[in-house]
Design a protein. Sequence first.
Length: 206
Amino acid sequence: MGAPGLAPGQPAQAAPTATSAPHTILIVGDSLSAEYGLRRGTGWVPLLERQLAGERKAARVINASISGDTTSGGRSRLPALLAQHKPDTVVIELGGNDALRGLPLDMTEKNLTAMTQASKKAGAKVLLVGMEVPPNYGGAYGAGFAGLFPKVARAEKVALVPFFLKGVADGADPVANFQADRIHPNEQSQARMLANVWPELKKLIK
């Protein structure tokens, strides 16, 4: 989904910490988490940092999202990220580019499963962020793709955001919620994206 975003493992500004060790949140995503086409500091991840600070959560956010990344790319990058950052929680926001490229559903499922298992093995909790594709991809592919995320979440017993762009892509006037390319949500949609993630994420932060 677009041009390069943050470099792998580049940390976002951490929220103020309390006396205890901060809870490290590693986000492995694509352009939807890498502020593609947005002013720096306006994406949902910086908004998450402000949310954490406002609720006085002792947490730091590592945004390892890269625009254009697929589940295969995330799977290959993840071991080094886990070793470097030793996260307490891993947010996996990948799969959209797999669908845009028409990649096999079973490959996407295997990659998401492998990333989830690797994160758990490293001692991290996992939040899987689900996606859907537009109707023009065909009913069978669309249903199969959307079903991958709850399927993996159930099998691996991890937390799930059913649809990252709920209230954005399925709104009354979805075009108004996107940038000119009609693929990437605009700045005004970032708060809604955070609102979709936060209820599940905060359950994982101690």
